[in-house]
Design a protein. Structure first.
Length: 370
């Protein structure tokens, strides 16, 4: 699998998820076999670039190459400037967000709302590609199937992307109106793959090795992008890779391996966010790890009452040490995440958000001069 000058180790990608796919999470997924990971979205608004949130998202120390950063916005010039700003900070691939269904994003005509304005979407893509070209940085695109079932225009947007010089298109198999309700459909993804000569990536509901094989066979895509299913289960990438190459399922990871991985995740998380914010934002990650484990709810309740990083990490380690005395491999390993939906809604890309509310965006911004 190739994106611009970068040859990737495999075709299993980490989906960008706001509030989830921070640097520690991406590094953990890469450790467990993901071939590529895209950052949380970075705003194109210059006045927010110095904010703590943006500065964290734009820091890539220790990340394996290629470093891919997703940018979000609505103004072609601002998006071009954001691409340059992120390249100056180490980005080697720029991803354009036209897939986020969140109301707060779509109400400003960013994210998947851009799919309603194909002319503006094309201008943004051309502007970002032009900004990245002198740096030899490829540009990719993330979209949905359309705004709703009456505007399933992803094939047209994807064709415009190819014409603009976009290097790869990732498609979530739902419209914006669907949010995350119902099941993803892959017919639109297959149609896009058949129409383009650039790589196409399928995203949405890929939550098991068998489902991964099914989606590849059904769509013929070049790669798969996995999001929600990796929350608390980053080893899903090696499970899928093994199944695709051998047709056999790997056994569940050992409790000892998960215990160590979670401790490493927590320490990297605290280092990035600091004690106060890190303890609080780590709670959701811990909850995802133990969601299907015996007595996991009890641990989540205890963790939610702890405000000290050292105490939180030790409590988790003690809990897994006790689990390790009773189980060698992880018990209760779920075959399919979506058999039993979790309700946490941490972000806006491929996350457990509630169904999107109907949103009428503000009047579309005027197009920049051609």
């Amino acid at each position: 699998m190739q994106i611009g000058p970068f040859t990737l180790p495999n075709n299993l990608f980490v989906a960008p998820m706001a509030g989830v796919t921070d640097r520690p999470f991406r590094q953990l997924c890469r450790h467990f076999g993901a071939g590529y990971a895209v950052s949380e979205m970075v705003t194109s608004r210059r006045d927010l670039w110095q904010s703590l949130k943006t500065s964290r998202r734009a820091t890539h120390a220790g990340e394996p190459e290629p470093i891919a950063v997703q940018i979000a916005g609505v103004c072609p010039q601002e998006m071009a400037d954001a691409a340059r700003w992120n390249i100056d900070r180490g980005a080697q691939i720029i991803d354009i967000n036209m897939g986020c269904p969140a109301k707060k994003v779509c109400s400003k005509w960013a994210g998947s709302a851009l799919m309603q304005n194909e002319a503006l979407a094309a201008q943004i893509m051309h502007a970002v590609v032009a900004a990245c070209l002198p740096h030899q940085v490829p540009v990719t695109l993330k979209i949905r199937t359309g705004w709703d079932c009456t505007q399933r225009n992803a094939p047209r947007i994807a064709k415009l992307a190819q014409e603009a010089g976009i290097a790869m298109v990732a498609v979530h198999g739902r419209s914006r109106a669907q949010g995350y309700a119902g099941a993803a459909e892959y017919a639109t993804v297959a149609a896009i793959k058949a129409a383009l000569h650039i790589p196409v990536v399928a995203n949405g509901d890929i939550d098991s090795p068998a489902k991964a094989a099914q989606v590849l066979a059904q769509t013929g895509v070049d790669a798969l992008m996995i999001g929600r299913a990796a929350m608390g289960r980053p080893w899903i990438f090696r499970e899928i890779a093994h199944y695709l190459s051998t047709g056999e399922h790997l056994p569940a990871p050992t409790v000892a391996e998960v215990r160590l991985a979670l401790q490493q995740h927590l320490q990297a998380h605290y280092a990035l966010y600091g004690e106060h914010a890190g303890v609080r934002s780590a709670r959701k990650h811990i909850g995802w790890y133990v969601a299907s484990l015996p007595n996991g709810a009890e641990l989540r309740e205890r963790i939610n009452q702890i405000d000290c990083a050292a105490t939180q990490a030790q409590t988790v380690d003690d809990w897994f040490a006790h689990l390790q005395t009773r189980h060698i491999t992880l018990p209760g390993q779920r075959d399919s995440l979506f058999d039993k939906q979790r309700t946490t809604a941490p972000g806006c890309e491929d996350t457990h958000s509630p169904p999107a509310q109907k949103t009428t965006p503000k009047p579309a911004p005027k197009l920049a001069p051609a």
